[in-house]
Write a new protein. Structure first.
Length: 643
């Protein structure tokens, strides 16, 4: 791009600071998006700008609707299936509220008709996106439009056909573009185009538009007539004047909360790890790859938001709708953000009412489009499609221009790695003494919950010996049996690990089927109780990477499916998608016996997947992620049947 082109581009629109000045708003101050939205709404009212009759689909908690309503799009109807979300919409609808004229339809969109709405000028909304999300990809592929949730866009198309508005805005996760090798995206484009809409689309980051949160979304604008250019980022390096990002620290400054301290305290098994994590980093701080002297987790074994601590000097990473006890962003003061702080990070107005308790509210916030991002899209659409003459001209992106948020994400990752190195360098590398040997009685329940128990309530006796080797022996209560029915040896693949022993020996001295499982659970308990690793997966590594453990299994006579067990423990056809025929040959079984062997492995606590448990897996194929049993009471796969 030459200097003349750059000058022309800058001249077409004001710097965002000047736009804020025009509206009487100070940018990059606590809660400034609230004041920006209110000022925009007031200007529309004062200048008697005609309303744009708008239908909102898949409305959620109303994040997209807030932004469009502030820009003079009159939401005449909102369609949402979840009752809790509808309660939120109702709380903010009516005279003098955010949505003055909205009729809230709490109904499955497949049962909704546009008849009776009158003229609709514009439609906004985005169908549920789980089938195209990162979580979906991690669970062995993306189902995309083959999943019932993935075809809800067809209902969007149906209503476009019924109402024929001048245009629409459709938002979704960016993974939709690459789902199913691009087939899902091609299907969506064809469906919209067949109705006569010309499509304009970009993947945008909410932080580029004044949201204190990095959140990448696909935005599609479809028009019957005219053309459209997306608004130039208002914040960050791609803005006209390089305006600073709205950072998380400023966003939550001065927020008051009625929450009790215990409501936002992080507690439980990993809470003690959080204080040492530098702001901006996550669980990966405690990995060998980061150089931690006492690693707890395997590289890329968790989602990136696990133990993710926000950095107040920059926008936070994406807020998730649902998460576990350690799902970030977590506050840099080593706690959860309060409900009021979550609203600020998503740019919901302070006075916007969200129904339900904190967990329900955070789900609604995390499912929403940030209102400030929506405002900027709405202003760009009013300016270009509906000819609104604002007291400013918004700078626009040329079609050939690319944005730099992906490159900056890589650069930020490098910067945080450096920060981790500095923090780790300051830690003392103390040699750990071997843990104490011990004996105890244990029980193991059908859901694979393993716990110490009184002898009269126990299933097995466990003897743990720490020495040159770590030996874990499992025997029946009161038994004097010395012979091993199953013996497993575990060593590190590269000869290096942090256990302080040469190898691990699991010795099963019982014929009880779950004795094998108890041995692995007892080994895992040693890792956890002695602060060595969070679980076996963290010692081995996530299954999509080369395993760090090498295991060997020997069985005596009478062990069910003994050869199958030996092959699985050895890692043969483990962590790979294989056919039933391949397993039949490997396990030396008739092909019609593969199912019985797989069900036996699952009874031992192995996670076994096929088409019945994970529809993304082709029929007749199998996946056993790990060479050792991993099922526990919280496992998603626990209750799934193989047939």
């Amino acid at each position: 791009m030459n200097q003349l082109d750059l000058f022309s581009m800058q001249e077409q629109g004001k710097q965002f600071g000047a736009i804020c000045d025009t509206l009487g708003v100070e940018d990059n101050t606590p809660a400034w998006p609230d004041r920006f939205g209110a000022a925009l709404r007031q200007w529309i009212a004062d200048n008697h700008i005609p309303a744009i009759r708008t239908l909102s689909l898949f409305s959620g908690a109303g994040g997209l609707d807030i932004g469009f309503a502030d820009a003079g799009f009159d939401i005449v109807a909102s369609v949402e299936i979840e009752e809790e979300f509808c309660r939120t919409l109702r709380s903010n609808s009516g005279p003098g509220k955010q949505f003055e004229h909205a009729a809230i339809h709490c109904v499955d969109i497949r049962e909704f008709s546009g008849c009776g709405l009158g003229q609709i000028d514009f439609i906004i909304g985005g169908p549920p996106c789980q089938t195209f999300s990162a979580a979906g990809r991690r669970a062995n592929g993306v189902s995309g439009t083959t999943d019932a949730r993935g075809v809800l866009f067809k209902e969007y198309v149906r209503l476009l056909g019924e109402l024929s508005p001048r245009g629409f805005l459709f938002e979704n996760v960016y993974g939709i573009v690459g789902a199913q090798g691009g087939k899902a995206w091609a299907e969506i484009v064809q469906a919209f185009s067949a109705l006569g809409y010309r499509l304009y689309h970009r993947i945008l980051d909410a932080a580029d538009y004044g949201v204190p949160q990095h959140r990448e979304r696909l935005i599609i604008v479809g028009l019957k007539e005219g053309t459209f250019k997306f608004p130039r980022p208002t914040h960050g390096p791609d803005s006209v004047d390089g305006n600073a990002f709205y950072n998380a620290g400023t966003a939550v400054e001065g927020v008051s909360s009625r929450e009790r301290e215990e409501e936002h305290r992080v507690s439980g098994r990993y809470a003690n790890l959080l204080p040492a994590i530098p702001p901006g980093l996550n669980y990966s701080f405690y990995t060998e790859e980061m150089g931690h002297p006492h690693p707890v987790f395997a590289w890329r074994s968790k989602f990136s938001d696990f133990l993710y601590k926000a950095d107040p000097s920059v926008p936070v990473r994406t807020i998730k709708a649902s998460g576990g006890a350690y799902t970030g962003p977590l506050h840099w003061e080593n706690r959860f953000f309060t409900y009021e702080e979550y609203k600020r990070l998503q740019t919901f107005p302070n006075d916007y009412e969200i129904s339900g308790g904190k967990q329900a509210a955070v789900k609604q916030i995390g499912n929403s489009v940030p209102p400030q991002m929506a405002r900027m899209m709405a202003v760009a659409i009013r300016q270009q499609v509906f000819g609104t003459k604002f007291p400013f001209t918004l700078a626009l992106l040329e079609e050939f221009e690319t944005l730099g948020f992906r490159k900056r994400k890589r650069e930020q990752t490098h910067a945080y790695r450096k920060k981790a190195e500095m923090a780790i360098r300051a830690m003392k590398r103390e040699a750990k003494a071997l843990p104490d040997s011990r004996e105890y009685a244990c029980s193991i329940q059908p859901n694979f919950k393993f716990k110490e128990a009184a002898p009269e309530d126990a299933d097995f006796k466990i003897v743990v010996t720490w020495g040159e080797d770590l030996t874990v022996s499992v025997a029946d209560i009161g038994s004097e049996q010395t012979a091993d029915s199953i013996k497993v040896a575990v060593v590190p693949r590269d000869g290096i690990w942090t256990l302080g022993v040469r190898q691990v020996l699991l010795r099963v001295k019982t014929t009880a089927v779950l004795g094998f499982t108890a041995a692995w659970k007892a080994f895992e308990r040693e890792l956890i109780d002695n602060g060595i690793r969070a679980d076996l997966v963290q010692l081995n590594g996530y299954y999509q990477y080369l395993p760090k453990l090498v295991c060997r299994c020997e069985t005596a006579g009478g062990v069910p499916f003994a050869h199958v067990l030996e092959q699985v423990v050895a890692g043969t056809h483990v962590a790979a998608l294989v056919t039933g025929r391949q397993l039949s040959q490997c396990w030396d079984l008739p092909e019609d016996q593969v199912m019985a062997a797989a069900e036996h492995l699952k009874r031992l606590g192995y996670e076994v997947r096929n088409h019945a448990t994970n529809p993304q897996i082709p029929a007749g194929n199998w996946l056993i992620p790990y060479a050792f049993p991993t099922l526990n009471p919280l496992s998603v796969q626990l209750g799934k049947r193989l047939r």
